[in-house]
Design a protein around this ligand. Sequence first.
Ligand SMILES: C[S@@+](CC[C@H](N)C(=O)[O-])C[C@H]1O[C@@H](n2cnc3c(N)ncnc32)[C@H](O)[C@@H]1O
Length: 323
Amino acid sequence: MTLSAKQAVDVLRAAGEPTRLRILALLQREELAVLELCRVLDQSQPRVSRHLKLLAEAGLVERFPDGAWVFYRLTGAGRQCEVVAEVLARINPDDPGLARDRRKLDDVQAERADAAQAYFAENAVHWDRIRSLYVSDADVEAEILRAAGSGRFRRMVDLGAGTGRMLTLLAGQADHALGLDLSQQMLNIARRNVTEAGLTHVELRHGDIFDTRLPDASADLVVVHQVLHYLGDPAAAVKEAARIVAPDGRLIIVDFAPHKHEFLREQHQHRRLGFSDDEMARWLAEAELPQVGLRALPPTRADGLTVKIWAAQRAPTVLRSAA
Ligand SMILES: C[S@@+](CC[C@H](N)C(=O)[O-])C[C@H]1O[C@@H](n2cnc3c(N)ncnc32)[C@H](O)[C@@H]1O
């Protein structure tokens, strides 16, 4: 499929303005809230919103509300976006304006990361209690066990392992289990918990969900439990998690359905207030890992949250016998 001349003009007109080009370059890094874009661009919200509206009308960016916040991301598919990606790729990376924006976005991301690190360091000892405030752990865990299935796993990987709850729940079914987390405080508690559970085959490592450094297709069970809503780029985390899933292996993602508990953002460092099924289905499709299951566990109390369990599975490798 090619673009019509009119479509090409519309794309170039939308992208062909300095602030809008800067916005596209920033959104290439990750999805951003309008207020974050205003901060990096150093422009007022009405002005930035006007530019975003034009970009959205041209099909180059996508607007998605999340609680009281509004986020934008690159549309990501279609010829229009390819034209923009091509233009951005040809700009000198040292261009002073875009380099300044990149540095400012680095600062915004670093502030966010520091706040999250401080939150987990401070709350590591309370995490098991905090986790069960809005959901029934027992119901969620029963569903996770069901989604994982009763078989044995050669290697399980828990990304954002926290205090190790998923490891103590599932590692008994695995020959080897690995938990990765960015927070040393969380890892310390996880170490104690897995030791107390007698799980000697569980390894805990400091590591980043965006860059696990694990080989492709190396785990037959990958779990991402209540981690994505803290992240700046959840789609990239899903992609990295999917990358390490082995043939016939499973990825289980547990997170919240969209909700409006804004205080979780303000007081508990949540970045996203849940995820829609469409959003998750798209990320799994982009990561080329077919979704095989979806369960919703409604809250057991009025102020609770709906927990979603998305399961995806890599196709088994078909062995061809010699003729
Ligand atoms: C809410 S806790 C969930 C922990 C555990 N999965 C559970 O459900 O109990 C989120 C965890 O993700 C970790 N985390 C946040 N960003 C991360 C990243 N980029 N890479 C690895 N871990 C991360 C935090 O340190 C924290 O331990």
